[in-house]
Design a protein around this ligand. Structure first.
Ligand code: TIU
Length: 231
């Protein structure tokens, strides 16, 4: 699965080369439950305002990916209303103000079909874009994402969303072990913990790109523009 000639993004630790036709933009868990008050993220004691900075650059990246006809995949973390796909180890973990499934101001916490579980309006999926509903932190665990990517000929992922050290990291690690080449856009992923943001990104690119590559969204956007110019 070596990269073919195509767009090149200056990235850490080396330039990231990708073909937009075999690359998917993956937007992880940009749900009200994580980035708005009254949802799962806040029940865990977090300041959800810390994540909202990713929304403007991510909107630009999403628009550019759509314009370049790239595959776009949105994920949502959540559970069935009967909680049959939520292991007790997850349900009973910690000391949240409201547990998964409890009624909150945006509906039942982290439950599929509830208002809080859905993706924020700013990044709403378009018809035809894939939505992966996942019960865990990783986007491959308990989903058909790998099969869908294979069926679409996708070999590289541009990864964005929240949170950097939890669902983004888990997804990048799962993808890396499955042979996908992952570019993480540093300003399009967010954490409730500034130190985890910094270290989480460093861990991806360390050791020669042990999990993948890291670059700012501006570098990715510029690579798409250059790739479209006639040579
Ligand atoms: N708590 C936290 O940082 N994240 C999650 O629980 N899920 C995701 O990262 N999506």
């Amino acid at each position: 699965m070596s990269p073919v000639a195509g767009a090149v993004v200056p990235a850490d630790p080396t330039p990231f080369t990708f073909d937009p036709t075999s690359t998917a933009l993956v937007i992880i868990d940009m749900q009200r439950d994580f980035v708005e008050p009254g949802g799962f993220g806040e029940t865990l004691g977090n300041d959800v305002g810390l994540l909202r900075g990713v929304i403007p650059p991510l909107r630009e990246v999403l628009a550019a990916a759509r314009a370049a006809a790239m595959t776009v995949i949105h994920t949502r973390e959540g559970h069935r209303p009967d909680l049959s796909d939520c292991p007790p180890a997850k349900l009973n973990r910690g000391n949240p103000t409201l547990r998964i499934g409890a009624p909150g101001p945006k509906g039942r916490i982290l439950i599929r079909g509830e208002y809080g579980h859905d993706i924020i309006d700013e990044l709403a999926p378009l018809p035809g874009e894939t939505i992966i509903d996942k019960p865990g932190k990783g986007s491959f665990h308990g989903t058909d994402l790998d099969e869908r990517l294979h069926a679409s000929g996708i070999t590289s992922l541009v990864v964005t969303g929240v949170t950097t050290e939890v669902c983004v990291h888990t997804t990048v690690r799962e993808a890396n072990d499955r042979g996908y080449e992952c570019l993480v856009l540093s300003d399009c992923v967010g954490s409730y913990f500034p130190e985890f943001q910094r270290v989480g990104l460093a861990m991806i690119a360390a050791q020669g790109g042990i999990f993948g590559w890291v670059a700012p969204s501006a570098a990715f956007l510029a690579s798409l523009i250059l790739e479209e110019l006639p040579s």
